[in-house]
Structures are given as C-alpha cells and as structure tokens.
Design a protein around this ligand. Sequence first.
Ligand code: CA
Length: 231
Amino acid sequence: MAAKTQVLLIEDDKSIASFITTSLSGNGYRVIHALDGKEGLSLAASNCPDIILLDLGLPDIDGCEILKELRTWCSVPVIVISARTREQDKVNALDLGADDYIAKPFGTAELMARIRTSLRHSYTASPEKVYRAQGLEIHFEKRLILLNGEEIHLTQIEYQLLTLLAENSGRVLTYHYIMNAIWGPYMDSNNQILRVNMANIRRKIEVNPAQPRYVFTEVGIGYRMLENESI
Ligand code: CA
C-alpha cells in the first residue's frame, strides 16, 4: 500500500484544527498537528511532511515569520489558512513563498481542491509540455497556442506572461512575482504594463474579456490561470 500523504497542520485554534484533521483523515491523508509555531517548525524538520497548512495568527511566532524560516531550508508546498483577509496579507504570504492562501472560513471541498493543486505542482518533476483546458492549448516546446484548434498569435511578452501563468495553473501569482519574472527586479513597480499586456492576451483568448474563462484576476493580489487538465 502506498504511504499516505502526510500533512503538517500548524494551527492553534483547536476546533478549526479538529475540523481540518477530520476532513483530511476522511480523505485519506495522514495529519500531524502543531499547536504553535515552534512545534510546527520542529515537526516540519523531523517529519518531512508532503504539504504544510499554516495559520498566520499563532501564539508564539507569526505565521509569516515561520514561512520565511521554512523557505530558507525547505521547498515543501505551504498553504496559508488565515482569518486575515486583507489583500496585503495575502500578497505578503504569497511573496514569502506560500503556494496558496485560503481565507477562513472555508469548506472541505475548497481545502481539498487547493491541496490537490499544490501537491500536483510539487510532484511534477519536469515541467508539463502541454497546457490544455476548455479549448485552449499551449504547446510549450513548439511555442504554439491553439484556441478551439485555431492558432493564436501573441507578442513575445504576452507569450511569456501566458506561459508563466499556465505553468503555474491553479495557483495565484502575485503582481510582484509576475513583474519580477517577466520584466526583472528593476522595473517600475507600477503594474500598468502588466495590465495592458493582460488585456491584450484576454482580447485574443477570451470570448468575453470582462468575464474571463482562462485567466482570473484576484483583485489586489494577482492572477490565477484555470487549472491544466492535461496533468
Ligand atoms: Ca490562530
């Protein structure tokens, strides 16, 4: 029998922890639970979990500090689960290396979906060669984009932007992350150039750019591309 996927849950609220543990166990995961940040870091080091669920408001160390510390030695996917719903908190956590962010309260189905997405990304050793979802195909090696079988022509920057999102499909990428990846760290921090390019991409691939099917805006945070169905 395959070993169960091990989830480290760092959460001080006992009722939330119990809800999450029950949901995860019922879905075939093994859960180890830490009640504070110190215990969380120590269990992360000793148990090598497959994924970490991290609360931000912990009694001893702030979750953002834990994330920073974890990212100095560990690349395991981290999903932040937090009652902090300000955009800036989400942006901070994602920029510090969280793979995803779920605002409390959330349902079991959403949590399971986010965990599956994060695990899939961490298990994919080599980057996918094709992105495919709802009629949109990106063949990375051929640099070919098809929409319902018709070739779509993008500029160099638009192509880089779309493939960056496609390679991270299902995850939100922050404006800062995208700006840095495409234009480099010295670019002016205003996102105007990003918005213009995104508008152009949407005009080319979306039936209704105001109600996108492929690239979603996470207001104040960044963009998330529809999950790749070919993985
Ligand atoms: Ca808490």
